[in-house]
Design a protein around this ligand. Structure first.
Ligand SMILES: C[S@@+](CC[C@H](N)C(=O)[O-])C[C@H]1O[C@@H](n2cnc3c(N)ncnc32)[C@H](O)[C@@H]1O
Length: 350
């Protein structure tokens, strides 16, 4: 990984420190000020109360602008990589073994994805040759504690393992391979394929896999809604943090494509976010969606996801909370967190 200098490190650590204050101190205070016990408790009543709260304004301002400062501005991730562009592009364009990376020359990523700067990443993950490198650096401080916890994907894989022992895995929306690589450790006998719409992310994923000498892995440029693979090519289709980046119509198409790709008895298992019925939890999650340029988070939360899996033909559909870090779900944890859920379903055996 490129070292961008002490000033960059200091600035990014400062932002993460602010984010920790935001999640651990400001967030519980917002709850105290805006979420009053009453029979009328609703999204609207909490929204109303938040308008009177200076703490909430401060919270909302920091939620938006700490993320903006992370990417942009003098010591932001985007400008700080610019002086190293040619060196980084050389790494991304290095010759790779046959079959490790398949890019589609005429591929056009979906407009619903490219027309927004997703999670405030300037130009999004498809917008620039260094977008994958920038996203990788950004992912190290996605949420307080997240920089230290490299265990999210292995924890998710433990859930997968408790359901099945797959041999042919499709990781949809694989990004720079952070979700794909752990499958090769946890399921060493499996052939693992990562797909993504972002060429910059896929190039970084493949370069990293090559440098790490990862076996049984390949990357393919493709939308999750329509892939080039033949039917029944996989016994597990999966994604982590993909669903909330897709509008409901695309999610339904992805679920139908999963059904086509799975062999009978195969599983589809996804890690994403969905706030429960509690009005305050929804208020916070929908606010994050709005303030952090994540426009499909709320539609994901409001769509009938179980129904979409059922309509595609899946059975044994379960949506359950996921503990992303030790004790994250304990009653004592009153800090802000994403409402992580695992969504799983099975294609009937016949
Ligand atoms: C939040 S990232 C998650 C990356 C990775 N799964 C991880 O856990 O680190 C979501 C990824 O989904 C990709 N993506 C968005 N829409 C997609 C689609 N329709 N088909 C395939 N990939 C998509 C984005 O380019 C991005 O790399």
């Amino acid at each position: 990984m490129k070292h961008l200098g002490r000033r960059f490190d200091a600035y990014q650590s400062f932002l993460l420190g602010c984010k920790t204050y935001w999640s651990g101190t400001l967030y519980p205070q917002v709850r105290q000020e805006c979420d009053h016990d009453s029979n009328e408790r609703s999204l609207e009543s909490i929204d109303e109360a938040s308008r009177e709260s200076v703490t909430f304004r401060y919270y909302a301002y920091l939620e938006r602008h700490l993320q903006r400062m992370k990417y942009s501005g003098r010591y932001g991730i985007v400008p700080m990589h610019e002086p190293f562009r040619s060196e980084l592009e050389k790494r991304l364009n290095q010759p790779l073994p046959d079959g490790l990376l398949t890019l589609e020359p005429n591929f056009v990523p979906p407009a619903y994805f490219t027309e927004i700067d997703i999670h405030q990443h300037p130009g999004g993950t498809c917008g620039d040759t260094l977008a994958g490198v920038v996203y990788e650096r950004g992912s190290r401080s996605m949420w307080p504690g997240g920089s230290k916890d490299r265990g999210l994907h292995p924890r998710f894989n433990a859930v997968v393992k408790s359901n099945c022992e797959p041999n042919r895995i499709l990781d949809m929306g694989c990004g720079f391979g952070k979700s794909t690589q752990p499958f090769t450790f946890d399921f060493p006998a499996a052939a693992v394929t990562g797909i993504d719409v972002s060429e910059p992310c896929l190039r970084l994923a493949a370069a990293t896999a090559f440098e790490d000498q990862t076996r049984n892995i390949q990357f393919q440029q493709s939308c999750a809604e329509e892939t080039p693979f033949s039917r029944e090519s996989f016994d597990l289709t999966t994604s982590t943090m993909l669903l909330h980046e897709m509008p409901p119509k695309a999610i339904r198409a992805m679920i139908q494509e999963s059904f086509r790709l799975l062999e009978p008895g195969g599983y589809t298992i996804h890690l994403d976010y969905s706030a429960d019925e509690d009005p305050f939890n929804r208020f916070v999650h929908y606010g994050h969606s709005y303030r952090n340029n994540e426009p499909y988070m709320r539609p994901l939360n409001e769509m009938d996801l179980s129904g979409a899996f059922c309509n595609a033909g899946f059975e044994d559909i379960v949506i359950e909370p996921f503990e992303e870090a030790p004790n994250a779900l304990s009653a004592e944890n009153n800090a802000w967190r994403f409402p992580w859920v695992v969504v799983k379903a099975r294609k009937p055996v016949n």
